[in-house]
Structure formats: C-alpha cells, structure tokens
Design a protein around this ligand. Structure first.
Ligand code: VY7
Length: 170
C-alpha cells in the first residue's frame, strides 16, 4: 500500500492555529477533496473535530480516526487507537491511503510515508501546529505550477501544489 501525506503549509511550515487553518484557500480545499476522494483517509482526533459538523465524515472516503481515548465516538468514521492500526484498516480495503493530519499524526507517519503532497501557501503566518521538516531524503517529483511559480487564489493568496517522493538510497 502506498502511504501519502497531504497538507498545506505556510512559508514557515505552519499548518494551523487554534484548531483551524490559517488561510481561506478554496482552491486548496477543492484540491484536497478531489485528490483524496475514493481512498481511505487517516486523521487524528483534533483534525476530525476541526471539520465542520456537516462535513463529517468526509464524503466518498473511509474515514479513520486515531485517538488514545477508548470512549471516543466519531459517527460515520472508524475509530482506532494507533497509527499502525489505522494503516491496517486502510490496507484491508485500498492500495493507497491518505494521511490528512494533523501535526502529531504527520510526525508519527513521516518514517512510513512514501509521498508528500504539499500545498505551499505564500504567507508568513505563524501557527501552533507545524508540518514535519521535509529533509534531503525527499525530492520534488511534481510542482504545479513549476518551481518558483505560484497560482493566485481568488482570495488573493498565492499557493502551489508540490509532490515529493523519497529519494532512493544507495
Ligand atoms: C480544510 C475544511 C475546513 C473548513 C471547512 C471545510 C490540504 C487541506 C487538508 C485538510 C484542507 C482542511 C473543510 C474541506 C474539504 C472537504 C470537507 C470540508 C472535503 C489537508 N492540502 N488541504 N483541509 N473541508 N490535509 N491537506 O482541513 O477542510 O474534502 O470533502
């Protein structure tokens, strides 16, 4: 099974603050929905709760929620208590799984992930949740638009979609 993490980050790597996102970027929400549709999505409890009620569970995807809380209920989702358990559930039904956040889950998943699907948001915003560092073990395999170029949102914010693959080691 291919494991993909997907997030949007500011220039400083911030992904959120106060349980929400730091920008209004409808084009990224559409990209996220389109890209993950049809495959299982794995998220932490805080990310599950960050989606407005009417979007839970995320449609057209098996929603898998990780929490240590043995009593946590997530109607419409499958609740598990570890990342390995989440990946086992996903592998039973799919060749691909999307890790959709948040910071704690991205960090745990990093050693296991095959691809990073990152939206760069051209903002300086600081947050209280950060993406993992993308180190030299990763290489850009796709950038939309090209390197050093940006899309401009209808909200005015500049952004780009980048896909990283793990560098194969000798
Ligand atoms: C944003 C929402 C936030 C507020 C209201 C609705 C990338 C994103 C994530 C996760 C965007 C969000 C939403 C948008 C998606 C809809 C459901 C409603 C859907 C991520 N690049 N962007 N994210 N939703 N992991 N990576 O949390 O979500 O998918 O059906």
């Amino acid at each position: 099974m291919v494991i993909r993490s997907i997030w949007a980050q500011s220039r400083t790597g911030a992904i959120g603050a106060d349980g929400g996102m730091l920008w209004d970027l409808p084009e990224d929400m559409a990209y996220f929905a389109r890209t993950t549709s049809g495959a299982p999505v794995v998220m932490g409890r805080k990310t599950w709760l960050s989606f407005p009620d009417r979007f839970r569970p995320l449609p057209n995807r098996t929603n898998i929620v990780i929490t240590r809380d043995l009593d946590f209920e997530a109607p419409g989702a499958q609740v598990v208590h570890s990342l390995p358990d989440a990946l086992r559930v996903a592998a039973a039904e799919s060749d691909v799984v999307w890790v959709i956040g948040g910071a704690e889950i991205y960090a745990q998943a990093m050693p296991l992930v095959d691809e990073l699907w990152v939206t760069d948001v051209d903002m300086d915003a600081a947050g209280d949740a950060y993406a993992p560092r993308i180190g030299p073990e990763w290489t850009v395999s796709r950038a939309d638009p090209g390197p050093a170029q940006w899309h401009t949102s209808r909200t005015g914010t500049r952004y780009r979609f980048v896909v990283y693959h793990r560098v194969s080691r000798p």
